[in-house]
Write a protein that binds this ligand. Structure first.
Ligand SMILES: CC(C)(COP(=O)(O)OP(=O)(O)OC[C@H]1O[C@@H](n2cnc3c(N)ncnc32)[C@H](O)[C@@H]1OP(=O)(O)O)[C@@H](O)C(=O)NCCC(=O)NCCS
Length: 285
């Protein structure tokens, strides 16, 4: 199958969105899992947004003039993130996913960023194998947690909307925990009104861009992170990601009625340091 890769343009969101929904739905059905994108619209809306974003690269694979897959690469911070990657179920297992991912990795290498990451669905033997062959190292398992919002009082931990004046403190905290910042996402969360910070003993000890699959959170301690989780109105589907190696926080989520939607794997090429603190990754990293 002759396949070419080109930059995504606005109108691609319709076909790329349909393919993204069908690729993930087919995969979930084959494994007896619920759909992570419950509708075509739930897959298409983020793709439409990503195609229009100046700091996100969209790649489209075409064969015989027909879109057969797409990949997005988020360049909002020093660490780049790949995803989602999806190939039309009728065109899978013929090298399209490999070509898309290799093209993105080549662009990352040429782009001067110190690291690139992605999160794959752990039950998918094909994607873990493909990404490992392309150079990604598995860094840890993440559980997507969903359910009714946890309502627990956290005396001494005050959660409030993040303001532009908090951005530098959020960047400094992220750097302390991860060794890199995520400035683009932090500023977008402040602008949208979704960003929250937690204050403890008079200083910022954690922040979230939203407690949700598509957003990330960083905190000094699990108590700071619990305060952010308890202040959220909802976690969406498939829920927020918790590194299961954080046994204490993962167990607390389960004890408070949250359920595991599925497990995923964080993978990286380039700069990676073990986080020192509490963190909830996004589906990017
Ligand atoms: C994941 C996905 C993008 C891959 O695209 P694709 O075009 O089907 O995959 P390719 O044919 O390019 O590559 C598949 C590779 O996995 C290998 N593979 C497949 N099953 C495997 C297994 N069980 N064990 C080891 N390797 C396996 C194939 O041999 C091939 O490797 P090769 O190129 O070295 O021969 C596509 O299957 C898809 O859209 N899946 C559903 C959505 C999804 O999971 N997206 C990824 C989210 S992170």
């Amino acid at each position: 199958m002759a396949v070419t890769i080109r930059e995504a343009v606005h109108d691609d969101w319709v076909e790329a969105g349909r393919i993204c929904y069908e690729a993930f739905a087919t995969l979930a059905d084959e494994h007896g899992f619920p759909h992570d994108f419950p509708t075509v619209q739930a897959a298409s809306d983020p793709i439409r947004w990503m195609i229009g974003h100046p700091d996100i690269t969209g790649l489209v694979a075409e064969s015989d003039g027909r879109v057969v897959g797409s990949l997005f690469m988020d360049r909002r911070g020093p660490i780049w993130a790949i995803g989602p990657i999806s190939v039309d179920p009728t065109a899978q297992d013929r090298g399209v996913g490999r070509l898309l991912t290799q093209t993105a990795v080549d662009r990352w290498r040429a782009g001067g960023s110190p690291g690139v990451r992605l999160v794959q669905i752990a039950y998918h033997n094909r994607s873990i194998s493909l990404y490992t062959r392309l150079g990604f190292d598995a860094r840890g398992t993440l559980a997507a947690m969903h359910g009714e919002p946890v309502r627990e009082e956290m005396p001494g931990y005050v959660v409030r909307p993040a303001t532009p004046a908090d951005a530098a403190a959020c960047d400094a905290l992220c750097f302390r925990v991860h060794g890199h910042t995520r400035p683009g996402e932090v500023r977008e969360a402040i602008e949208s009104g979704d960003g929250r910070v937690v204050e403890h003993l008079g200083r910022i000890t954690g922040y979230t861009t939203r407690v949700n699959y598509f957003f990330h959170s960083v905190a000094e301690s699990n108590d700071d992170m619990r305060a952010l989780i308890c202040a959220a109105d909802g976690y969406g589907t498939p829920g927020f990601l918790v590194p299961i190696a954080n046994h204490d926080l993962f167990r607390w989520c389960l004890e408070h009625g949250l359920r595991v939607f599925f497990l995923t794997t964080l993978m990286s090429i380039g700069l990676y340091q073990e986080p020192e603190g509490a963190w909830l990754p996004s589906v990017g990293y």
